[in-house]
Design a protein around this ligand. Structure first.
Ligand SMILES: Nc1ncnc2c1ncn2[C@@H]1O[C@H](COP(=O)(O)OP(=O)(O)OP(=O)(O)O)[C@@H](O)[C@H]1O
Length: 647
């Protein structure tokens, strides 16, 4: 079950909510004005009992119908004023608060994009979705109602209490009697409700994850007839959430019951005592009417404290959950990142040197591999990279290529004490060379390739591109140089063309798209109903696996990257398409420094040399045929793969 429980600091609800200030600051004038208008509206309601007192002790006692009508007119005007003022309050807050919510959502999205892959490995997607939806809605509702009305009600109650005490201090003290027990109840409630509200919101996140997985994995669920067990898992989770929501309701009901009952009892007692005093002639009937009307007018501000506190607590929990994501450390954009794009492709300096690769990497060549390494690969190199991606011609393979120097890697969430997944990796891929990476399943091939574009950070050692440490260049520049195609090709809800051009520098157009589609043998895209403008649907599930993989390949090559990292890019293709894609890829690989994860001999043969990953190390490097002859493990892996292919 995907759950994410962040460890949270034990902050008070007020301190947590204060973190919203930077978002509220730009709209503070409107919010303060709205609160002021609401206070005036609410306090105007307290004038009504005073008009009643004047009517009862005046025109009613004097049997003066004109005075009674005048009093009724005052009451009507007061009612209208109160309604209009509350309307103005609503108008004042609606627009700025939707702006606050939108800003917060945009910041969350931006942060999610900039957080490292290791963060996304740890967090369930439903937890992130619920933070961007339900939690932000709770925050907006808090800013719209509880924030204002806790203040408005506090001022109204304070003014009302003064009026009550001014009318008659004895009855006033009697009505105030429950104040202390009520405050104590509120404090206890808040503490308990905070814990349950947090649990409920986390459970909403878990439920969202299950729904999301069920929808995305609907083919697997149907294919394996797992809809019943999936429905059972959903029912269990929603049953748990229901239990938590019921606990919230019980807590709220207890608070509500106390908040309503105690003041009612006090008002009842004041009514009895007041009536006795009116009968004794100690108190005027008008004063008693005004007193009771004021006390009743305070009932709503007191009663509503229960749900206002509950909403505030939920908003505090939502704020806490929101900032758990925002407080996560984003990827360091790298040095000189303030000028994104300018470096893309212009990195001729910084020690890259002009070493054309003739054997300078020998230290890393653990195998016998000298032969087929075609490190002159710049043959067709007429290209010059001009700034942010306006490549002219093909890329020239210059520099020293891609080097892993004593690289070790361990997943941050690996069990404590477990050995690193990769250790002492020394590998040199010369400029223009393509290196296949072969190893048993789970040996760490995907992980090793993910280190090049810094999807994960090396634990020790370093990786250089043309002599430059990848940690010394801005990420934007690094990712402009290195393109990837993953084993699991992910497409987005956009057109085919947009999906492919995602891999190209800004300003790339149809010629680039057509060339990339041709290279990846993805010309089927032109035959789609709206050609390359056809929407591929969520995750590209409307396309076949092979079609998706070819589009992902087109995306990797469309930007004419200097370095290409392909994670078993041909696994979903039929034999004929694979042969066609290989032929096209051969052209691309001639000019590109490439690392290709390969399982099958046909893919391995695309590369100039092969590196065997075994036991977390590069166990051998050489050409395919050399390794077949000299390395038993490699021969074993390839013979298995060959049998697979022949079947
Ligand atoms: N995010 C992660 N956190 C912890 N361990 C991980 C993570 N991702 C992968 N691993 C582990 O790292 C090991 C290597 O995984 P990797 O995907 O790199 O292998 P691979 O050689 O590419 O496998 P395959 O050939 O099956 O694709 C596996 O044991 C895997 O369980």
């Amino acid at each position: 079950m995907p759950t994410t429980r962040a460890t949270t600091e034990d902050r008070s609800a007020v301190r947590t909510l204060l973190r919203l200030w930077p978002y509220v600051r730009p709209v503070r004038a409107r919010l303060f004005t709205a609160a002021f208008v609401a206070i005036v509206a609410s306090c105007s309601g307290l004038v009504i009992p005073l008009v009643l007192k004047w009517m009862v002790d005046g025109p009613v006692a004097d049997r003066d119908p004109a005075g009674v009508w005048l009093g009724a007119l005052y009451l009507l005007l007061l009612g209208i004023a109160e309604a209009v003022l509350f309307g103005i309050r609503r108008w004042l807050v609606a627009r700025p608060l939707s702006h606050v919510e939108a800003e917060m959502r945009a910041d969350l999205y931006r942060r999610l994009q900039r957080l490292p892959v290791s963060f996304h490995d740890r967090w369930a997607s439903g937890q992130l979705l619920s933070r961007g939806t339900t939690d932000l809605m709770l925050v907006r509702m808090f800013l719209a109602f509880p924030l204002t009305f806790l203040l408005v009600n506090a001022v109204t109650i304070a003014v009302g209490v003064v009026i009550l005490l001014a009318q008659d201090w004895l009855l006033g003290l009697l009505v105030l009697g429950p104040a202390l027990p009520l405050m104590w109840t509120c404090v206890v409630f808040e503490r308990r409700y905070a814990e349950v509200a947090r649990r409920a919101q986390d459970q909403v996140g878990d439920l969202t994850t299950v729904v999301e997985e069920s929808v995305l994995g609907i083919r697997v669920i149907k294919g394996f007839g797992r809809h019943r067990s999936q429905a059972r898992a959903f029912r269990e989770l929603s049953g748990t959430l229901r239990g938590t929501e019921l606990r919230k309701a019980r807590l709220l009901a207890t608070l509500w019951g106390t908040i309503v009952t105690l003041p009612e009892v006090a008002i009842g007692a004041a009514l009895v005592l007041g009536a006795i005093r009116v009968a004794d002639g100690d108190l005027s009937a008008g004063t008693l009417v005004a007193f009771l009307s004021t006390a009743l007018a305070l009932r709503w501000p007191v009663d509503s404290i229960g749900f206002l506190l509950a909403m505030s607590q939920e908003a505090a929990t939502a704020t806490e959950r929101y900032f758990e994501v925002l407080d996560e450390q984003p990827e360091d954009p790298g040095p000189h990142a303030e000028a994104p794009g300018t470096g893309a492709g212009t990195d001729t300096g910084s020690g890259a040197g002009t070493d054309m690769g003739t054997g300078t990497g020998a230290a890393t060549d653990m195998g016998t591999g000298t032969g087929a390494a075609t490190d002159t690969g710049s043959g067709s190199g007429t290209g010059t990279r001009t700034g942010a991606g306006t490549d002219v011609g093909t890329c020239t393979a210059t520099g020293t290529g891609l080097r892993f120097e004593n690289v070790a890697f361990r997943y941050p969430d690996a069990p404590p004490g477990s050995p690193p997944l990769l250790t002492g990796i020394d590998l040199h891929i010369r400029p223009g060379e393509s290196m296949a990476l072969v190893g048993a399943t789970g040996s760490g091939k995907t992980t090793l390739t993910a280190l090049v574009p810094r999807l994960h950070e090396v634990t020790s050692g370093r990786i250089t591109l043309d002599g430059v440490d990848i940690t010394a260049m801005p990420r934007e520049e690094l990712r402009a140089k290195v393109a990837m195609a993953f084993e699991e090709p992910t497409l987005f809800s956009a057109s085919v063309g947009e999906n492919v051009l995602m891999g190209a520098p800004h300003g790339a157009g149809k010629p680039d798209l057509d060339r990339a589609l041709a290279v990846a043998q993805a010309e089927f895209a032109h035959a789609l109903p709206q050609g390359t403008g056809t929407q591929v649907g969520e995750q590209g599930l409307s396309l076949s696996g092979g079609q998706r993989q070819r589009l992902a390949l087109a995306r990797a090559v469309v930007g004419r990257p200097e370095f290409l990292v392909l994670d078993d890019p041909l696994s979903a293709l039929d034999v004929h398409t694979e042969a066609a894609v290989e032929a096209a890829l051969r052209q691309v690989l001639a000019d590109t420094t490439a690392l290709i994860v390969a399982h099958r001999p046909s893919t391995v043969l695309l590369a100039d040399r092969v590196a065997l990953l075994s036991g977390g190390r590069i166990a051998a490097v050489g050409t395919h045929h050399e390794l077949l002859r000299t390395n038993a493990e490699y021969a074993h892996l390839m013979s298995g793969a060959q049998q697979e292919e022949q079947r």
